[in-house]
Design a protein around this ligand. Sequence first.
Ligand code: GAR
Length: 206
Amino acid sequence: MAENKVRIAVLVSGGGTNLQAIIDSQQNGALHSGEVALVVSNNPGAFALTRAQRANIPTVTLTRRECGGAREFEARLTEVLEEYGVELIVLAGFMTILSPAFTARYDRRIINVHPSLIPSFCGEGFYGLKVHEAALRKGVKVTGATVHFVNEIPDGGEILLQKAVPVEPGDTPETLQRRVMEQAEWQLLPAAAEMVCAQILSERNP
Ligand code: GAR
């Protein structure tokens, strides 16, 4: 693994389409200041693990239950991140809220993709399809995605990138989710990862 690249860990729980966007962006050179060194899943059945293995990226599966609780889970996660020399954590559909102690330890070193235009439809309880269900219930005509730094407030950290996506007549949560992923998330997350990695490199070699 190249020395002049930031080592990234991508944390996942599900299908891993955002992980795939990062892998693709690494392969086409758009993401060039960082390299995915590790994928961590808290769900042993996540298809994201298969995507990582296909790209020859090491994977670790860690569950709260197996670790014996939330605190033990984060302690083990920290050990694994240190073992792999990780400098940037990317939450890509990772469905667990991290503690204030963990987010403080990695201040401005964790980014997350959220499938709405924050501050709409965000915070505890808003994840995955629930976000799109809430947007459709409210009747908004425009939604989108946000990539932000992660701090102690769920979906409350500094916003890095946002992109708007139209809601179309007849949308279901599934069709809206797909459009938001295709038109926003898969572009924003790799772009934000590159932005933050370039910033970390510039701090490392001023
Ligand atoms: C994505 O839409 C992501 O924005 C969302 O879960 C999906 C994961 O899909 N994340 C959240 O809702 C976090 N609050 P993926 O596993 O295919 O990347």
